[in-house]
Design a protein around this ligand. Structure first.
Ligand SMILES: C[S@@+](CC[C@H](N)C(=O)[O-])C[C@H]1O[C@@H](n2cnc3c(N)ncnc32)[C@H](O)[C@@H]1O
Length: 208
């Protein structure tokens, strides 16, 4: 019998049973209760890396506006937090997994979040901030391609916040980003994860 193809959370249309679940967590004094389901990344709890990102990176304040990107939104925890703390901003939440997108849409109901596939984001949009717990498991070359596609869409004074496991190549990713011409700061390190702050080199935030 032929082996079954492995299914990943970054599959476009997961066939894993869509067992309904719920993820509860608190960030910045807000309590969240989000719907999740099988076939979606970390459906049973807030991913620890995402937790470190949301608690260690600098969340926007209530006055922040402009466009933000949640790259690889899954069921939407990052997008929902951003839209809650920065209600004037427009959050684009993109993913390739249709089930994840349906959940993110449901979880972000009533918030200023636009969910869709990567190709659905209008070309001209430039992001004040990009937030991502990126899909490391797609492999280095696809990950590099993904970041090469989206980071250049940061506004000149924009900032990207990425969380990556130390054992999943956080430092080599940081080196690669620097080699691509980005300024990278190791903003925080906790529970085996690094939060990288990535900015265009001539951005004020990149200066010591
Ligand atoms: C590590 S998970 C993070 C999910 C969610 N942000 C969270 O924190 O729970 C990475 C996500 O990236 C998505 N992904 C994979 N390839 C992608 C691509 N080319 N463009 C956008 N998202 C992608 C996966 O489907 C997955 O949902």
């Amino acid at each position: 019998m032929a082996p079954m193809a492995a299914e990943h959370y970054f599959t476009a249309e997961p066939t894993a049973p869509a067992r309904a679940g719920e993820v509860r967590f608190s960030v910045a004094g807000h309590d969240f209760q989000l719907a999740a389901a099988g076939g979606v990344f970390s459906a049973d709890r807030l991913d620890p890396g995402t937790g470190v990102l949301l608690r260690k990176a600098e969340l926007p304040d209530g006055e922040a506006d402009g466009a933000f990107l949640d790259l690889g939104c899954g069921y939407g925890p990052i997008a929902v937090v951003l839209a809650t703390v920065a209600p004037r901003a427009t959050i684009y939440a993109v993913d390739v997994n249709e089930r994840a997108l349906a959940l993110a849409r449901q979880n972000a109901r009533g918030l200023n979040v636009i969910t869709g596939t990567p190709d659905s984001v209008p070309e001209g949009v430039r992001f004040a901030e990009i937030w991502s717990n990126p899909p490391i498991r797609v492999g280095k070359s696809d990950l590099h391609e993904l970041l090469s596609r989206w980071l250049p869409r940061l506004a000149p004074d924009g900032v990207a916040w990425l969380v990556v496991g130390r054992h999943l190549g956080a430092d080599s990713l940081a080196e690669w980003l620097v080699a691509q011409g980005w300024a990278v700061a190791r903003h925080a390190s906790q529970k085996g994860f690094r939060v990288l702050r990535v900015t265009p080199v001539d951005n004020e935030l990149s200066r010591p």
